[in-house]
Design a protein around this ligand. Sequence first.
Ligand code: HEM
Ligand code: HEM
Length: 183
Amino acid sequence: MKTSFTLFDRTLHWALALTILFMLLTVFLRLNWMEKNHVAAILMDKLAAIDIEITKDQAIKIAKQIRKPMFDWHVIIGYLVSGIFILRMLFHIKNKKSFNPTTTREKFQLWVYRIFYVLLAATLITGLIIEFGPKSLKKSIEAIHKLTLYYMIAFLFLHFSGILLSEFTSKKGIVSKMIGGEK
Ligand code: HEM
Ligand code: HEM
């Protein structure tokens, strides 16, 4: 397996890592602090305190408007992730020979990355269909797109455990190799 990473490899890795973490931040905000029912409840509560009554539907409409500028960035950075993904695939195909796993652990690692990229492709394609596809498909595609969260968290857990394990065992310094390259 490759143990040195070219500048191009590293740039793509960190571009992908940072943009995906940003995507997860927008999802986190959407599902927690800026969740529409949660924000709607605050609006209704605080307005009632100054004798203004609004219905739940009205409150949810405003809550969605408050959330919108934040979640617009999910879509904008989503295009960027799609671009990085395409570059990664093109470059990966060009450099196929450099991936040469020998041990069981390296083979497992390679398959985790392969499966991750297949699932990421599904996430990006479904995201783009929500934006540009026919309205009739929107609901069902959204349901598939939302499943992203499950594999993403599983991957990150495996990835971070794997990196920690490497640092403490066979490949000390692997994180600094992914940052600064081979010394
Ligand atoms: C923030 C801390 C992170 C560190 C320190 C880190 C470090 C590394 C290292 C050392 C490797 C090479 C491991 C090997 O020899 O196989 C690697 C590969 C990889 N990482 Fe990360 N990573 C981080 C975050 C992420 C995130 C957030 C993602 C995406 C969700 C990600 C996706 C990948 C992928 C797909 C590979 C396979 C090689 C490639 O396609 O560039 N990493 N990472
Ligand atoms: C790494 C890439 C991506 C990740 C991790 C991701 C993750 C997610 C998740 C977990 C949700 C569900 C939030 C919820 O349950 O309410 C979501 C919703 C959404 N995503 Fe993505 N997504 C990605 C890429 C994209 C792309 C490329 C686009 C389009 C350009 C996109 C457009 C959307 C839209 C419009 C929604 C809202 C769907 C709705 O109204 O229910 N996503 N995304």
